[in-house]
Write a protein that binds this ligand. Structure first.
Ligand SMILES: NC(=O)c1ccc[n+]([C@@H]2O[C@H](COP(=O)([O-])OP(=O)(O)OC[C@H]3O[C@@H](n4cnc5c(N)ncnc54)[C@H](O)[C@@H]3O)[C@@H](O)[C@H]2O)c1
Ligand SMILES: [Zn+2]
Length: 343
């Protein structure tokens, strides 16, 4: 097992990578434990849960709402949970986002932790202290920065993931490698088969390296004033494609990374050979790199992006594989990069 720490403004968070879900009780206080999970995770792994009351939430992005948080509050009140409560989110990114937000706001905040059970939650969603829900059609519109006390990342539970959910996590792993770690990029290229099979050793390596990268960035810029924006590589365009074409997040980010890579080439940063490496890796990991898009609707969605300032977007570009820069980019440049590669 490996341990990493994130130092947030208000608190510290410890990540246990390679710890088993069934060992979670060792990290919990003896006070009242309340578990937030979803039906699928509960059915698969309830025998590994710690002792405590369980509140089940629904599944899918549509339930990442204030209504779900209200449901949790009602259940907590029904069980007369007080501020001594310790909340544990056991599940994927949705469970973690909702549980983190509910814990941060119930009675002005109670203690909480996560056991991240999807690859995406292990490499991304459970790390960094962003907790929130969607509102009125906008993703993650309402939320707080607040670090969980700890996160457990057990590679074993990933064996039951659907292929699509594996792809979502792998998209973020490639993102981390592309923005900050050319060694990890090389490892991914050389170990595609083990990674696709989610072999424990390969999972440990990609989760650990991803978390080192993400936690390093978060430690330097918790509130996303500068460097943390690099984690949005592939996401500005990706979110727009995700929204318009209803693609899974990882697939949309994969396409978004290719658009950003093309733009990086136009700026004179990335070489053709590097774009080819990125495209080959994403393809080997069974992620799409091109789709026929409805360009007008995607550009319109980009204009509504909350990170937009006037007619430019803060865009994450690659100087090379393993190094990112954030630059304001006019939407018109972006449009021509899209013209260049779609089809
Ligand atoms: N807070 C952040 O910094 C951050 C970062 C990235 C993503 N996110 C959020 O994370 C969410 C997506 O997370 P996700 O991809 O984990 O989706 P998810 O939570 O919906 O999980 C995907 C599916 O996998 C199932 N599942 C979970 N663990 C499983 C297991 N071990 N075996 C089999 N099935 C399992 C779940 O029941 C669910 O149906 C999005 O809402 C996104 O906005 C948040
Ligand atoms: Zn993402």
């Amino acid at each position: 097992m490996d341990t990493l720490e994130i130092i947030g403004a208000n608190s510290k968070s410890t990540l246990f990578i390679g710890e088993k879900l069934e060992n979670i009780s060792a990290y919990l206080p003896s006070s009242q434990v309340v578990i937030i999970t979803d039906a699928r995770v509960r059915n698969l792994y309830q025998d590994r849960f710690p002792k405590g009351k369980i509140i089940e939430i629904g599944m899918g992005e549509e339930i990442k709402t204030l209504e779900t948080v209200q449901h949790i509050f009602s259940e907590l009140i029904n069980m007369e949970a007080d501020r001594g409560l310790f909340m544990v989110g056991i599940g994927g990114g949705i469970v973690c986002d909702v549980a983190g937000f509910a814990a941060s706001t119930y009675q002005r905040g109670v203690r909480f932790a996560f056991a991240a059970t999807t690859l995406l939650a292990q490499v991304d969603a459970s790390v960094g202290g962003k907790n929130g829900v969607n509102f009125s059609g906008y993703k993650n519109m309402v939320g707080v920065f607040n670090q969980p006390e700890f996160v457990i990342c057990d590679p074993e539970v990933l064996g039951t993931l659907a292929d699509q959910d594996r792809g979502c996590g792998l998209g973020e792993v490639v993102k981390h490698a592309a923005i900050a770690d050319d060694d990890l990029f090389g490892y991914l290229e050389e170990n595609v088969a083990d990674i696709l099979e989610l072999k424990p050793q390969a999972v440990h390596k990609i989760v650990y390296d991803s978390v080192v990268i993400k936690s390093g960035i978060v430690n330097r810029d918790e509130k996303e004033r500068g460097e943390r924006r690099k984690l949005n590589f592939g996401h500005t365009f990706g979110h727009a494609v995700e929204k318009v074409h209803k693609l899974p997040h990882g697939e949309a980010v994969s396409i978004g990374m290719m658009v950003a890579a093309n733009l990086s080439m136009k700026k004179g940063y990335l070489k053709n050979a590097e774009i080819a490496r990125l495209e080959n890796l994403l393809t080997a990991l069974k992620l799409p790199t091109r789709i026929a898009i409805d360009k007008e609707s995607v550009m319109e969605a980009m204009r509504h992006d909350k990170k937009r300032e006037n007619d430019t977007v803060h865009f994450v570009l690659l100087r090379r594989l393993g190094e990112a820069v954030v630059e304001p980019v006019p939407l018109s440049d972006l449009e021509s990069a899209v013209d260049n590669m779609i089809g």
